[in-house]
Design a protein around this ligand. Sequence first.
Ligand SMILES: Cc1ncc(C[n+]2csc(CCOP(=O)(O)OP(=O)(O)O)c2C)c(N)n1
Ligand SMILES: [Mg+2]
Length: 325
Amino acid sequence: MTAVQTETVTRDRLLEMQRRMCEIRAFEDIVKDWFSRALVRGSTHLYQGQEAVAVGITSALRRGDTTTCTYRGHGTVLAQGAPLDRSFGEILGKANGLCGGKGGSMHLADLSVGALGSFAIVGAHLPISVGAAWASQLLGTGAVSATFFGDGAANIGTFHEALNLAGVWKLPVLFVLENNLYGEYSPITTTTANPELVDRAAAYGMPGLRVDGNDVVAVFDAAASAVARGRSGQGPTLIEAMTYRQSGHSRSDPAKYRPAGELEGWLARDPLTVAERRLHDMGVETAELDRLRADAEAKVRRAAERALSWPEPRPEDRFEDLWVH
Ligand SMILES: Cc1ncc(C[n+]2csc(CCOP(=O)(O)OP(=O)(O)O)c2C)c(N)n1
Ligand SMILES: [Mg+2]
């Protein structure tokens, strides 16, 4: 494991990261409520508890860089800059949704901000980010690709193929492994012979950075060093962000399999609270932090109301975006 230099984030930058995390948290509170009222079609997988990973990584990216992520992807796509209202619209199946309402919660994508897609097939997207990084290398754009995936995905064939190819060709990829300790209902220790996932980086000739995934600053620092490495042609990095899924795998999972006290331990280290503590230490008053949270919630509520008011797609729209051969 390679060491990372820390504490590079200014107060204004951290306030901006906290605002993003608060928006993502509020967004999913609304999705959760909509789901319980049968307004969300299909399943939905919440990112709550993992916000610092998406925000820390994407804060180190610039315009032209790309991401891919999983079905637990609301946080990543929003962190990269997808509009709140059109993201809500997609989850509601509205015509103004990011993908015309055809993808839903598990398939958010917004090419205009470089969010290439959310993928429901575990591991399917890692090679797509490798392809985007290869295009960047061929075209000389300097763009990097970040691909977000879970601990479970680290046991899928595409993980090994993608890391190997990126390692051999020295492609500018950030492999962002979000280790939330579970794949669906199984703890990592029951599915993974060696749970030191970060060590897998060595097998593919790249640095492995393990970071506290609930600390947005730690995640940002790791991302910044991986981005610098990628842009300067030195190749990919594996970042293992240690974090926790605060609710079950999907909305139908009450997560009864978790040992007593585990959730409470992680809630005490909620990413929003960790960032607030850091901001406090930088001299930001509690009142300002409360206002930031309230403003973020109000902005998200307004976006949700807009999306709810939008029309359903027209029946004939279902014949658009089809590929027929
Ligand atoms: C190829 C494939 N196998 C199995 C599944 C069923 N499945 C959906 S999510 C999941 C668990 C993945 O866990 P992890 O990669 O840790 O991501 P997390 O849900 O924890 O974010 C599985 C096995 C699938 N969608 N795709
Ligand atoms: Mg997992």
